[in-house]
Design a protein around this ligand. Structure first.
Ligand SMILES: [Zn+2]
Ligand SMILES: [Zn+2]
Length: 336
């Protein structure tokens, strides 16, 4: 892709993961160690053609790595999470935390266990540079470049809405999907987190069509992520609610991941600074129970009331469901 057309790091990351099916495929790979075509198909109820397309994109994007295995005398392919994909664990845990806090549902989400302290816990966002926690959007300054937004909103070749089922304890992303599963939604939310308030500001800075902007702002208001403020006269200002502001954790983890894994063309940087220490903000998840920074292999979700994929002969990485702890999954980040 020509330099002048290449999207910013955030744009490239959204191309890689800003899709509802893609996020669900990755989530099942992390939580249930799904890595075979038929297991994703059965788990998610996806059509084979859509699944095949997404797997191809995930391989091309460096998030899944195909690996042959033998079964019944035939060679088949399974897909393993790459290093780049494994680093998304903290983003998925933060999404869980935000959904748990803000999105009411019929069936509770799986609980998170910190193996280091033995507590069922939640996470809070800290600064890896200075160790302070919690850190919120208000503790940071953000500097964007001229083209930070202009290079995010490249057209997407497909967009699908996945029906969410809040009776399924793993279907924990419904509202996050609305905020992240569509590029315009993401960029409008990012702009709101960076301080844009007025319709005309969003329109001018993002280059978004007024009809698209109206529909996204209306939806964010319905979701309680934005609230309108009519006090200024004329068109209302849009302010982030507490729910909207607390999406900062997901936002900043996504930016951090994107900027580490995707090369950004000049003029598209987005730099978030932690005011307390003056350094670039490096988001880090901490355990709310003991305060320790968390690593991928320190935490796991407790998956009760839910079937794990059937273990297969010769597949030592699947835990056989018997004995104590059988109803608990392995670390949230999966095993390799
Ligand atoms: Zn700091
Ligand atoms: Zn802990």
């Amino acid at each position: 892709m020509a330099e002048e057309r290449r999207p910013s790091a955030i744009g490239q990351a959204l191309l890689a993961i800003g899709d509802q099916w893609t996020l669900l495929i990755l989530q099942r790979a992390f939580l249930l160690h799904v890595r075979r075509f038929g297991d994703w198909r059965d788990e998610l109820g996806m059509s084979e053609s859509v699944l095949a397309g997404r797997l191809k994109e995930l391989v091309a994007g460096g998030l899944l790595s195909p690996s042959p295995y033998r079964e019944g005398g035939r060679t088949r392919t399974e897909y393993l999470l790459t290093e780049r994909a494994l680093e998304l664990w903290s983003l998925l845990v933060e999404i869980w935390s935000w959904e748990q806090r803000w999105v009411p549902r019929r069936v509770g989400l799986p609980e998170l266990m910190h193996d280091g302290c033995g507590n069922r816990t939640d996470v809070e966002l800290g600064c890896a540079s200075c160790g302070e926690a919690p850190v919120s959007a208000r503790d940071t300054d953000t500097r964007r470049s001229e083209d930070t937004f202009a290079r995010v909103a490249v057209p997407r070749h497909h967009r699908r809405t996945v029906r969410s089922d809040d009776g399924d304890p793993l279907s924990y992303l419904p509202e996050t999907f609305e905020l992240l599963g569509d590029r315009w939604s993401t960029v409008i939310l990012a702009a709101a987190l960076l301080g844009l308030r007025r319709f005309a500001e969003f329109e001018a800075e993002l280059g978004v069509a007024p009809s698209v902007l109206s529909s996204r702002l209306r939806r964010f208001t319905e979701l309680g992520v934005l609230a309108t403020d009519e006090s200024g006269g004329g068109r209302p200002a849009y302010r982030l609610t507490e729910k909207g502001r607390s999406f900062f954790g997901v936002f900043t983890l996504a930016i951090d991941w994107a900027q580490r894994w995707y090369a950004a063309p000049p003029g598209t940087d987005l730099i978030i600074t932690h005011r307390t220490c003056g350094k670039t903000f490096r988001p880090q998840l901490r355990c709310r129970a003991c305060g320790d920074p968390l690593a991928r292999t320190d935490v796991h979700f407790i998956l009760t009331d839910r079937r794990l994929p059937h273990p297969r002969p010769g597949d030592a990485r699947e835990r056989v469901p018997d004995g104590p702890g059988a109803d608990e999954a392995e670390p949230a980040g999966g095993s390799r």
